[in-house]
Design a binder for this molecule. Structure first.
Ligand code: HSE
Length: 325
């Protein structure tokens, strides 16, 4: 363990997919990287704008999550070197905190010889994040259907349809999950519950069977999106009309503010759709960046090196060529 260096590449995720509030998640081709090794005194190399202001001491989330793994496995590793770089924008609804948690769990577990199972890591990640949808997607890749009762999380992974692609519009403002959850009512009607059970079930069946034409009817929601729309100018318009511009369906990504459109990769109206999203947000006074992302079929991709044999490269030098920034 002392000579081991672990580098983990973890995917971003989109949660809810419209009707599957706190239940459905899909990993996306946008990544964070975490490197861990044992050292004499805990140190941090946090690269990129998104890392500014994050703690560089033992109150750091990655450090704390790694220590939970060591404790669970009953090993003592008080001092670790942590490097991190992320292309996943913070507090935009693309699962940045879930990818950090999953990355820290996977890296720490690999550092000590992987004593904990993926099932155990999923339980820990869900308890830390407070819901299973983003962490499940980042941990298992693909589309993950999950349920958590506060004690036990269960999941089934679905292979994403081959021709599924996504377009995300990332508004230039942050929205905390806490604030976006605060906008939700504490009770809903039986009619709305039935509406969502139907749509969510239909969506899972459509994604599992590849019946993409159903997605436009399935990606509808009455549990969270109507209440969150007031926080994201332009959102209601995009969710209602994206299909008229070639999308298979559209949703708020996680708690927002990012909006996500599902698209058939053979669609010939991609630039029209992209313009619709950008212009709709612009007219609502919101600047946004768009990215075309594919479902990511991998969970954490782990590289383990022997520090005595491999040269010491900085994490940034190591992943150069892979990052989008
Ligand atoms: N399911 C969560 C929510 C995802 O919508 O609040 C937050 O990332």
């Amino acid at each position: 363990m002392n000579n081991r260096r672990v580098i983990v590449k973890i995917p971003a995720s989109t949660a809810n997919l419209g009707p599957g509030f706190d239940t459905l998640g899909m990993a996306l081709s946008l990544y964070a990287w975490i490197e861990l090794s044992v050292c004499e005194r805990t140190e941090f190399q946090l690269y990129g704008d998104g890392m500014k202001g994050l703690p560089r001491d033992k109150s750091n989330l990655i450090y704390k999550v790694a220590q939970l793994v060591f404790k669970e496995a009953d090993v003592t590793v008080p001092e670790i070197s942590i490097s991190m770089y992320s292309d996943i924008p913070l507090t935009r609804g693309l699962g940045s905190s879930a990818s950090a948690i999953v990355g820290a769990l996977a890296a720490a577990n690999a550092l000590i010889g992987s004593p904990l199972t993926d099932h155990k890591l999923f339980q820990m990640a869900t308890a830390l994040e407070g819901h299973p949808d983003n962490v499940g997607a980042s941990l298992f890749g693909g589309i993950v259907v999950s349920a958590w009762d506060g004690e036990r999380a269960d999941y089934v992974r679905i292979e994403p349809p081959r021709q599924l692609e996504t377009l995300v519009a990332i508004p230039a403002f942050q929205l905390s999950t806490e604030k976006a959850r605060h906008a939700l009512p504490s009770q809903i009607s039986m009619a709305d519950a039935v509406f969502n059970v139907g749509r969510s079930s239909l969506l899972v069946a459509a994604l599992a069977s590849g019946e993409l034409s159903i997605i436009r009817h399935a990606m509808k929601d009455r549990l969270h999106q109507p209440y969150r729309a007031a926080l994201i100018p332009g959102m209601a318009n995009i969710l209602e009309h994206a299909v008229e511009y070639g999308a298979l369906g559209a949703a708020l990504s996680g708690a927002g503010p990012t909006l996500i459109a599902f698209v058939d990769s053979n669609c010939d109206r991609k630039s029209e759709l992209e313009q619709f999203l950008i212009q709709t947000l612009k007219q609502a006074g919101i600047a946004a960046e768009t990215l075309w992302l594919s479902p990511c079929v991998h969970g954490p991709q782990i590289t383990i090196e022997n520090m005595k044999e491999q040269p010491a490269l900085s994490l940034l030098d190591r992943i150069k060529g892979e990052v989008t920034a």
